[in-house]
Structures are given as C-alpha cells and as structure tokens.
Design a protein around this ligand. Structure first.
Ligand SMILES: [Mn+2]
Length: 250
C-alpha cells in the first residue's frame, strides 16, 4: 500500500490520468491525497473532479476549490474569473458540492509525521493550533467568502485569516502578517516556510513559482505548474520519491 500526494491539478485531466498510470495506482490498496486546487484554469475541470470522486481521493482544499464551493453555494455572488461552468451546470453539481464540503483544510498523517495543506502553515502555529483552526474553517466551509483583507492574526476575522493561511499564504511581513500580492522570493518579504519550526513535515502546493523547491527540508512543495505548461507532480510518502508527467495542455 502506498500513499501519494498530488500537486495542483487545476483541471489538467489528461496529465492526471497519465500520472495515475505512471505510479501504477491500485485503488484497492493505494491512497491518493490532492494538495488542493484540483480545478479551475485548466481545460477539463469536470472530469478531474468526477474521477477524483470515483477513486475516493482526499483533498486539502485550495483557493480555487473554495471558489468552486462559493459558486456552488451562493451563485452569482462571486465576480472572480473562472471556467467552472461545466461543473456548476452538471446534474451531479449537488453531489460534487457535498463531496467538496466533506474535504479538509489540513490532513495530518501520524504514520509519516506529515501534514498536507494547500498553501502553508503559519509559523506562529503549533500542530495543535492548526488542527483546531482547520476544523473551525471546515465547519464554516460552505459560507466562506474570499476576503483579501484578512491578513493579520491580531486584527482580522479569525476564520478568514485561518482560511487565507491554509489556502493562499506565500510571503509574510516582518510582523508575520500575510502579503497576498507578491509571489517572488526576491522581495523584503519572507516565505512562510523559512520561519516554519515545527517537527512534522509539511507537503504543500499553491506556489508554482517555486517549481518544487524550498529552503527548508521540513517543507516540500509539489506544485510544479502543470497548468502553466510545466509538470504535474506527486510524492509517495513512504519514501518521499517524486513522480511527474509533463504538461500536454498547450
Ligand atoms: Mn492555490
């Protein structure tokens, strides 16, 4: 039995199937966990999500998965650009909604002492803290809205701040507030993983600009920018071996 964590799929269905074949995935023995952003931007969001439901994959929700949840639960309320209409109009839309609502923000696997999350773990949090916060966000998941102003641990709405950490965080200010604008490392801002000091390993996606590289061995990035014509990557937790397929979406 093997446990694989797949990086940001973003609706790249052909690459998902090629990667699944490459690892000889056996649904009776192996487990698939997606590190979020399974949909949006790519060319076949519907088939991706139906396939992941079919193989009983688990997901740590990303910002684009939250956008889909928002569209499913309060239609017409989001002005953000998306290409999720085929899911929203599908006869299984409510089934998809229920499946997504039951996914997680964070998955901690004791046997690997590893935590999976879409964007990251705020450096001020212990494992006990973030498991509690993730549960709180999950309880409110169907009503969560995008709130780009929730960047401060001290002054922001708690649930919105936690949501932004789990699903959108990349760079931090000196006071550990989130910067939700920049993605490059050559700024005065600090990547969250440079300040991360807990003992468990973190596997995360969301930051394709890193192309799988971080400066902290305890943090492993697996977003290799498939939807930007690069690669779709997964990691096998038993031996931390990475597998990838090239993008064919162009
Ligand atoms: Mn993301």
């Amino acid at each position: 039995m093997s446990t694989y964590v797949i990086g940001d799929i973003h609706g790249c269905y052909n690459e998902l199937i090629l990667l699944i074949k490459k690892i000889n995935f056996n649904p009776n023995k192996d487990k698939i966990i997606c590190a979020g952003d399974i949909v949006n931007k790519g060319y076949n969001n519907l088939d991706c999500i139906l396939y992941l439901m079919d193989i009983d994959a688990k997901v740590t929700l990303g910002n684009h998965d939250l956008l889909l949840l928002q569209l499913l639960n309060s239609p017409n309320k989001s002005t953000l650009k998306h290409n999720l209409h085929d899911i929203l109009n599908h006869e299984k839309a409510e089934k998809i909604n229920q499946w997504l609502i039951n996914q997680e923000l964070v998955i901690y696997l004791d046997e690997f002492d590893t935590t999976i999350v879409h964007a990251g773990i705020h450096p001020s949090w212990t494992k006990r803290d973030y498991l509690e916060y993730a549960a709180l966000v999950k309880q409110n998941i169907s009503t969560i809205k995008f709130n780009k102003n929730a960047i401060s641990k001290k002054t922001s709405n708690k649930i919105d701040f936690y949501t932004n950490c789990f699903t959108r965080m990349r760079l931090l200010e000196d006071n550990l507030d989130l910067d939700l604008e920049n993605i490059k490392l050559d700024t005065k801002l600090t990547p969250w993983f440079e300040l991360y000091k807990q003992k468990e390993t973190i596997v995360f996606g969301h930051w394709s600009f890193l192309r799988g590289k971080t400066t902290n061995k305890k943090t492993i990035n697996i977003d290799t920018g498939c939807v930007y014509n690069d690669k779709l990557t997964c990691i096998r937790l038993e031996d931390l071996k990475k597998f990838y397929v090239e993008s064919h979406s162009s």
